[in-house]
Design a protein around this ligand. Sequence first.
Ligand code: NDP
Ligand code: TDO
Length: 258
Amino acid sequence: MKKVIVTGAGGQLGKTLMDLSPLWKGFQFDFKTSKESDITNKENLDKLLSLGQYDICINCAAFTNVEQAEITPEIAYDVNAEGVKNLALLCKEHQITLIHLSTDYVFDGEKTESYTVQDKTNPINEYGKSKLKGEEYIREILTDHYIIRTSWLYSKKFGHNFYRTILKNALEGKELRVTDDQMGRPTNTEALSRFINEEILTGKTPFGTYHFSDGQPTTWYGFAQQILEENGLSGKVNLVLDRNYRTFAKRPKNSVLG
Ligand SMILES: NC(=O)C1=CN([C@@H]2O[C@H](COP(=O)(O)OP(=O)(O)OC[C@H]3O[C@@H](n4cnc5c(N)ncnc54)[C@H](OP(=O)(O)O)[C@@H]3O)[C@@H](O)[C@H]2O)C=CC1
Ligand SMILES: Cc1cn([C@H]2C[C@H](O)[C@@H](COP(=O)(O)OP(=O)(O)O[C@H]3O[C@@H](C)C(=O)[C@@H](O)[C@H]3O)O2)c(=O)[nH]c1=O
């Protein structure tokens, strides 16, 4: 029986993993929220990882507020870069395989086709920069790792995400103003969790960096249309194309992962 620790377990991906993990045989899971285990606190993390006899760590902990990362980049770096460095160092020391999640926002969006893992990274916002630094630390420190870049992540059940925001606002009868200035692939946390279980946890796949999404390329506006259709709300709410939807952070025009 392999022992798996999940950090950042209170977020949408962590909760989805917790929801689905009883179906996965051969693993014993230990889920830790930010309150139970803060990845920026190396001393406490060391105590946990040295006593737990873990084989694998799935790191779902991250600072994911793209707008706030522009205002307080030091907090984003603390979690997404330095916290990840702590994990990589301790995983190395305790011989734990690290499965880490990263993002399409490590790319600048200037490419016209989809991004492959061979493509050059060049993040254009603080969130993306801090996530890239986390990736770099892992590659420098630890051989036994998987970095899975995903995009436009959403859970229908848990957490804060575009899907739930749009649906909530639609059900409240609000007018929806959504931009179409980005192309990307929405990713369902359930599909990502199954990929992690079937392809990564089983050890079928060699260590390295991978891209995963289960969604078709679309814009946020296109995704909002899909969300309304799927919930029988098309034509019942006012969905307005708004290219001036105001944000602080720059976002990649195209971050379709291939
Ligand atoms: N959301 C998205 O659209 C995308 C996400 N990703 C990546 O996927 C991964 C999972 O994201 P997702 O589930 O959406 O993120 P969420 O924001 O839903 O969850 C992140 C979790 O990390 C926790 N956390 C924050 N700081 C720390 C810390 N110092 N120590 C431990 N835990 C901490 C948060 O806890 P608390 O709330 O208490 O602060 C939260 O529960 C992340 O690596 C993210 O970068 C990649 C592409 C798209
Ligand atoms: C909620 C909302 C957003 N938007 C716009 C703002 C932005 O350009 C885009 C998406 O907004 P959000 O705030 O949901 O998402 P954003 O913070 O850009 O999402 C990103 O999060 C990080 C964590 C990732 O790693 C990325 O893959 C990506 O999912 O849609 C609208 O136009 N109308 C709306 O009502």
